[in-house]
Design a protein around this ligand. Structure first.
Ligand SMILES: Nc1ncnc2c1ncn2[C@@H]1O[C@H](COP(=O)(O)OP(=O)(O)OP(=O)(O)O)[C@@H](O)[C@H]1O
Length: 230
């Protein structure tokens, strides 16, 4: 059974439709890649699931519940802002305080591995290191859904492999991972289902193995072919 069911979801910013009648279900045990050109609506979709945005119309159900306290316990997502004055240790403290399922020992081990000091001001870290911190905080929670919006953009190619492996380590038959990225060729090895978005709509939602078998192309090649045409 789907853990997330989205029905007729539309999100407007003033008169602009960022999401246009989205219908999609996310299953446990799967890793979803959300791909699309700039402005396609990827972040708006992920922020809507994380309840950071309120839909204009439509519905999002998580584990059969409307978004709220229950979905907050089920979903862990990367934070992308609020870094201004805080130090790394403040984030560890807040996560421990707000989330009973946060494993601070696991987070501290990963911070050590990536040489991220607890004393550092987050705003003074490089963009890539901020992204690593954000991924570490998100995966140190024990939830059923993990959402990563562009987790690799500023990360160097060697660490990208490790960050992807960290994300992959959260994959179990019970967890759902949703990842948005422009780095299709680097992420497609871990993606089970590719979701292509354009102008606020989902134009493809298919198993990656099926795409490769049917087209003989990698997901990256198929994406480029499809977006060249439309
Ligand atoms: N807070 C906002 N106010 C007004 N318009 C917004 C806002 N957030 C997003 N939009 C608009 O909604 C559309 C979808 O934006 P969104 O950030 O979801 O796209 P995206 O697929 O994540 O793009 P990118 O790949 O560039 O990050 C864009 O046209 C964007 O300008």
């Amino acid at each position: 059974m789907a853990i997330i069911i989205i029905s007729n979801l539309t999100k407007k910013f003033k008169n602009k439709k960022a999401l246009d009648d989205i219908n999609i279900e996310f299953l446990p045990g799967k890793i979803y890649g959300i791909f699309g050109n700039n402005g396609a609506g990827k972040t708006t979709l992920l922020d809507s699931i994380a309840h950071l945005l309120i839909p204009t119309t439509g519905e999002i159900l998580v584990d059969d519940h409307k978004l709220g306290k229950h979905s907050k316990e089920k979903i862990s997502f990367m934070i992308a802002s609020g870094f201004e004055l805080s130090r790394v240790k403040d984030f560890i403290f807040w996560y421990e305080y707000f989330f009973e399922d946060f494993d601070s020992d696991e987070a501290l081990l990963m911070l050590k591995k990536y040489d991220i000091s607890l004393k550092e001001r987050v705003s003074e870290l490089s963009k890539g290191t901020q992204e690593k911190l954000s991924v570490i905080l998100a995966i140190s929670r024990k939830t059923e859904v993990y959402i990563f919006d562009e987790p690799l953009t500023g990360v160097d190619p060697v660490d990208r492999i490790e960050i992807l492996d960290l994300i992959l380590s959260k994959s179990t038959p019970e967890t759902t991972i949703i990842l948005s990225t422009h780095l299709i060729s680097e992420t497609e090895r871990i993606i089970d289902t590719a979701v292509f978005m354009k102008e606020g709509k989902i134009i493809l939602n298919k198993e990656t193995d099926e795409i490769r078998d049917e087209t003989g192309l990698s997901i990256d090649q198929y994406y480029k072919e499809l977006y060249k045409k439309c």
